[in-house]
Design a protein around this ligand. Structure first.
Ligand SMILES: [Zn+2]
Length: 133
């Protein structure tokens, strides 16, 4: 079953839920997730840093982790979001800005790590629905 990642309006915790009309697992309040957009992020398989979860940041705020070959769906209000990732000591990241609007409510995004000579770098880029697992 699909899981969605949301930030609770009440306690501000980032939680994974199966039912967007359910309640927050931290504070028990109803999740208010009507008329929302979504960012589907797929972390592509990579031999580098497999065991390490990518730290996910949305507009500079931590938004949980994403594991190797994991698909995370962020359920969000419409708006503009800057996506940033970290992986262990790797802080270098090619950020991506996505806009969620009523016309384009779902953004597909893929993230991968690129091995560098001195340091690895995470690349976040736009993807198509067909790229999703
Ligand atoms: Zn809550």
């Amino acid at each position: 079953m699909d899981k969605f990642r949301v930030k609770c309006n009440n306690c501000k915790n980032v939680i994974d839920v199966e039912n967007l009309n359910g309640v927050c697992s931290k504070c028990g309040r109803a999740l208010q997730t009507a008329t929302q957009g979504e960012i589907s992020i797929y972390r592509m398989g990579s031999p580098i840093g497999v065991a390490v979860g990518y730290g996910l940041y949305l507009n500079g705020e931590p938004y949980g982790h994403i594991a190797n070959k994991e698909l995370v769906k962020l359920s969000l209000p419409f708006g503009t979001y800057n996506l940033h990732c970290t992986c262990g000591l790797t802080r270098r990241c090619q950020d991506l800005v996505v806009e969620l609007t009523p016309e384009n409510p779902i953004a597909y995004v893929k993230a991968r790590i690129k091995a560098g000579f001195w340091t690895n770098k995470i690349i976040i880029e736009k993807a198509n629905k067909e790229d999703m697992p």
